[in-house]
Design a protein around this ligand. Structure first.
Ligand SMILES: Nc1ncnc2c1ncn2[C@@H]1O[C@H](COP(=O)(O)OP(=O)(O)OP(=O)(O)O)[C@@H](O)[C@H]1O
Ligand SMILES: [Mg+2]
Length: 257
């Protein structure tokens, strides 16, 4: 059961969209998937949660037991078989768990309970766009980290900072954590600036840049607006992007075997 943190320390680069795209690809394969929304903004929760949760990610962090985790499992609003996608919801009070401590003085909680959870083929964690205890909780409990970066100066900066953080957490808390790769998102095929930044991403991360990157497509906003997986949208852009998510999902599943 791979546990994958999707992160960047830059906001708005597409972390939640990538989590939802991968979860959608997992439903196509019939994989039982759990999405954990560790972002106090709750964007993944607002798309996925079919009902008000009994317990949230904030409760799980306050009482990291298997019982609390089970109570926090919430059904998904997507039209999928029961248990195919579940979500552990965010709530505004999740922010109280996001204190800043350096990696050495941070003590992870989530992993204790999550490592004992059974019944899922894949767990995806949507991280907040900041470096604090929530992102560290996610990394400390994950096998794989997937950095999302837009091809922009700030996007690359966010990716570099995320990579440094992954390495710190790997050394201090979670030796099994590895960087799956850096995924460029919202790439425009006719932009010199994007070409330049993608080349720069290659210089920074080499083979860790995941191919294919994700193009800028309106299908993302459509899927978001309908609250449905992008895989169910009927457009050329949605089909193109769905194939890309399928490829990246395969990499995730293969990396953990
Ligand atoms: N490849 C894409 N093409 C077009 N729009 C996209 C793409 N990826 C993401 N978006 C849009 O960009 C906006 C921000 O995406 P998203 O919320 O996934 O980013 P985020 O990194 O999770 O943001 P935050 O840091 O606030 O959590 C959304 O409206 C989403 O639909
Ligand atoms: Mg987000």
């Amino acid at each position: 059961m791979p546990i994958v943190s999707v992160l960047s320390l830059k906001g708005g680069v597409g972390k939640t969209s990538v989590v939802l795209g991968l979860a959608g690809a997992a439903t196509v394969k019939g994989l039982a998937t759990l999405v954990i929304d560790l972002d106090p903004q709750g964007n993944a929760t607002s798309i996925l949660a079919a009902q008000k949760p009994k317990k949230t990610a904030s409760d799980v962090l306050a009482h990291p037991t298997l019982d609390t985790l089970h109570e926090a499992l919430t059904a998904c609003s997507w039209e999928v078989a029961p248990g195919e996608v579940d979500v552990i919801c965010s709530s505004p009070d999740l922010i109280k768990h996001d204190s800043f401590r350096d990696a050495a003085n941070f003590h992870p909680h989530l992993g204790k309970a999550l490592r004992r959870l059974e019944g899922y083929d894949l767990i995806l964690i949507d991280c907040p766009p900041s470096l604090g205890s929530l992102t560290r909780e996610a990394l400390s409990t994950s096998d794989q980290a997937l950095i999302v970066a837009t091809p922009s100066y700030f996007g690359l900066q966010g990716a570099e900072r995320a990579a440094v953080e992954i390495e710190e957490i790997r050394k201090k808390h979670n030796p099994t954590l590895h960087l799956l790769g850096v995924l460029a998102n919202r790439v425009r095929s006719v932009s010199e600036e994007h070409d330049f930044r993608i080349a720069e991403l290659g210089d920074l991360f080499g083979k860790q840049v995941l191919k294919p990157s994700i193009p800028d497509r309106i299908a993302f906003q459509q899927a978001e607006g309908y609250g449905k997986p992008i895989q169910t949208m009927n457009s050329a852009g949605a089909r193109e992007v769905s194939q890309i998510f399928e490829k990246h999902l395969n990499k995730i599943m293969k990396a953990t075997r």
